[in-house]
Write a protein that binds this ligand. Sequence first.
Ligand code: ATP
Ligand code: MG
Length: 449
Amino acid sequence: MPSSLPPPGSPVLRITGVNHYFGTGETRTQVLFNNTLEVMPGELVIMSGPSGSGKTTILTLIGGLRKLQEGQIEVWDGDRGDYRKLLGTPEPELVHVRRLIGFIFQRHNLFDSLTAMQNIRMAQRLRDNERDPDADARELLQYLILGDLDIQGKPQKVRFYHKPAQLSGGQRQRVAVARALVNRPKLVLADEPTAALDANTGLAVVTLLQNLARTRSDEELAKLVRPDEEAGEAARLAPWQIPLLRSLARETGTTSLIVTHDARIMNLADRIVHMERGRIESNVVVAERIFVRDGLRQSAAFAAILPDEQQKIADELLIGVHPDLPVRPDQVAAHPGRVEVYEPGQDIVKVGDPVNEHSKFYLIRRGTVEVWRAPEGGALRKVAELGPGRYFGEVALLMDKPRNATVRAIDRVEVYTVDRLEFDRYKTTSRPFINRILENFSTKGEVPG
Ligand SMILES: Nc1ncnc2c1ncn2[C@@H]1O[C@H](COP(=O)(O)OP(=O)(O)OP(=O)(O)O)[C@@H](O)[C@H]1O
Ligand SMILES: [Mg+2]
């Protein structure tokens, strides 16, 4: 029985070393340069970047709408229980790849001779579940405010039976969204899906994508429903949309890759990928960014630095892997000096180890360590256990003294590391603050270092 999800820790989409060229001969120009990216199941990925940076090109390559020239793109096929590789795939097989994907593109390619409803019904494939296809199509259009209720819950003209020419640009865009999602594809590629939409309909689209990824709580959704007077400029959902949303997004795990400049959508992103001149310049897992910044902040050396500066330091440690997921060796190798992995029972620092240029500051990413100390030269005894988000190794670096504790991995432990040189840079900035903290350390001596 093939699994609809890739093996644990594996991406649904893997892009490796992708280059792309337009034109031939003298006019041949390279527009994509060595792009590598992994997208995990259920992630909402936002892709940003200036006009002409290659966002649409990369999206069309992933979708198998354009021939891949160099590099590899792999898309997980849940029905087959394996990846589909795009390089050199003949056209008939690309059809299978396209079937895995829901496209929401700027040119929406609706059939002009068909009504909104017919456009959706003809895209619909038989699925072996209890969903009634006609009811599902109606719910989608209704939720996207093309049915008989407007955002205020007042009656409006139903748009189900209009042809594209009789619809506004934004209405056509929403029909295209409904069509892309009606088969509940596991991967959605969307190029500026809200560009033609007002704030409220834009929010409806993005909230749907978000809930197809994973179920949001009633509280989270309640925040999006506010009366007109309160909403002001902010977008909102209507109360009548919530039950429809719940019904539409019964199955979750959809991954979305969305090109947008819309700052409101960025706030929902799990991963933010930024392109510049044909290259992925940054690839940030939002949860990891917050995890590392908050972890560093607890330490005296970082606490006194301005928030902007803290974030910059945190960003230098990121490896683009959600802190809930274990790192793979190739991910560690791809970001030298950022993350180390220890086996159960292994010592990470040892009491008495001298401080030198190899000494580090550690932030625990996953796993648990035990801290052993020998107060006043007595025997070592276990004084603490520290888990994810906690740090150690600071005191020795701050005071230029040998390690005051042994820190040992209990299970498999992953740590972010800041090396001595880096650390000294922050130390200088925070000196006065640190001095005050140090007085505490020397008198109490509770923090493992
Ligand atoms: N069919 C084509 N033939 C030749 N050059 C092309 C073609 N399509 C795109 N390009 C060029 O490739 C580069 C990347 O274009 P792409 O459409 O991917 O950018 P984009 O990031 O989507 O921009 P925008 O934000 O404006 O949509 C641009 O320099 C563009 O001029
Ligand atoms: Mg584009």
